[in-house]
Ligand binder design. Structure first.
Ligand SMILES: O=P(O)(O)OC[C@H](O)CO
Length: 432
């Protein structure tokens, strides 16, 4: 009996010291893998009872597919980083623990410190389902050194489409045979830029207030605002003022800018730190600016992009609690400041921005500020809060497929828009 009691006591002691193991999947490649691992290491030091296995599992598209497969196989990870457009799909999936449920039970967490612009994207029906984490918007990057060489004012980046076209024309350089050896601009063939240009002109992507007052039933983007953007894209392509990359090839677009093959790039704010380093290495001066607008258009605003952290339902409540502790930690001011400085993603919290401001960080790092100012000067309404669509990945695919055809020259911008609308509506309908 005595022996039994001693063994039981030992077992209980071992169990009480056993770590809770959780998995954290993310989609941040390159140098960011190490940044994330270091942040998680800091978390584990503070929480020795939790062991987090961190895994980079590929692009946003890949991580969504792998998460769905893991849930179906009954082996879901505990925390998953998914891009913003996965929001409605994840809510509908029923496999997540809404972070709101954890917030409501946790008096130590103050969501009031988060940027309203970020919450406005991720709150659906007044409820926060995932933890905002890596928030971004697109930005115009330009090469000030090439601007000077081309006779452009490096302190006066293009603000309108006309100015953008003019700047591209000046930046283009040809060899003696007339071959273009330097072009004006590039941006990845990614529907995100189309979506952002709808909001910038204060237009929705889908009906029912961008799917925010009722579920979206159809696309609303077949209009003049979309034509403005597609006409620009088409014109720049046809005139040889823009280099197009393969679909979703962010790396290729960045590389064209880094190698000074183009003078301007529209890409995510998450590239700020990388492009600051690379431009210094290549010996050119980097400029950042708000996205240029169609001539005469009134500026609406940018939509929060990037991603957020989802807690996936588990059988063991201890694991859910550990997952909550992790996502809560990653959203704290310290990790948010580290993440912002290492990448260019916004700090999602007002107090983190204020701390950096007081420290003079933005005086010394103005490119990190451009993105924040573009966000803070954005009007807040359903158009700029961004669309919530269950079939968003499929809608994105419909837009990209049509644009791909347009830039190959096989269809006109109007035909591309008609086709994108038709296939987006089909995807929205099929989702129901
Ligand atoms: O490259 P990111 O992380 O800024 O994300 C861009 C888009 O919002 C992804 O859907």
């Amino acid at each position: 009996m005595k022996k039994f009691l001693v063994i039981s006591l030992l077992v209980l002691t071992v169990l009480s010291f056993a770590k809770v193991k959780i998995q954290f999947w993310h989609a941040m490649g390159g140098w960011r893998i190490e940044v994330i691992q270091n942040m998680v290491n800091d978390f584990m030091k503070l929480n020795p009872d939790i062991e987090v296995e961190v895994q980079y599992v590929g692009s946003y598209e890949e991580i969504l597919a792998k998460t769905v497969a893991a849930v179906q196989a009954g082996t879901p990870p505990h925390v998953v980083q998914l891009n913003e457009i996965s929001t409605q799909k994840m809510i509908d999936s029923g496999v997540v623990v809404p972070v709101q449920d954890m917030i409501d039970k946790d008096p130590t967490f103050d969501v009031g410190l988060f940027l309203p612009q970020v919450l406005n994207y991720y709150r659906v029906g007044e409820k926060l389902y995932s933890m905002p984490w890596n928030s971004s918007t697109p930005l115009l990057y330009y090469n000030k050194t090439l601007f000077k060489e081309a006779g452009l004012d490096p302190d006066n980046p293009p603000r309108t489409y006309s100015e953008l076209i003019e700047a591209c024309r000046k930046l283009v350089k040809k060899d003696e045979k007339g071959n273009v050896i330097r072009s004006g601009i590039t941006w990845p063939l990614y529907s995100w830029f189309f979506e952002e240009y709808m909001a910038l002109q204060n237009k929705s992507l889908v009906d029912n207030d961008n799917g925010r007052t009722k579920k979206a039933t159809k696309a609303t983007f077949n209009n003049e605002a979309a034509m403005n953007f597609l006409n620009l894209w088409d014109k720049l392509t046809k005139e040889g003022l823009m280099i197009n990359t393969k679909r979703a090839d962010w790396t290729a677009a960045r590389q064209l800018f880094i190698s000074q093959t183009v003078g301007m790039l529209i890409s995510s704010t998450s590239d700020v730190a990388l492009l600051m380093n690379e431009s210094a290495k290549q010996g050119f001066e980097l400029g950042t600016a708000f996205l240029p607008l169609p001539d005469g258009a009134q500026r609406g605003g940018v939509i929060i992009g990037g991603g957020s952290l989802w807690i996936i339902k588990q059988k063991d409540q201890q694991e859910i609690n550990a997952a909550w502790k992790l996502v809560k930690y990653l959203a704290e001011p310290g990790p948010q400041i580290t993440w912002h400085q290492a990448t260019g993603y916004f700090p999602i919290r007002v107090d983190a921005i204020q701390t950096l401001q007081v420290q003079g960080y933005y005086r010394d790092n103005p490119h990190h500020l451009t993105a924040i100012l573009q966000l803070l000067t954005s009007v807040q309404n359903y158009n700029t809060n961004g669309a919530i669509i269950g079939a968003f990945p499929e809608v994105r695919d419909a837009i990209e497929t049509a644009v791909e055809k347009m830039i190959s020259g096989s269809i006109t911008p109007k035909q591309a828009l008609d086709e994108a609308e038709k296939n987006a509506n089909k995807a929205i309908k099929e989702y129901f």
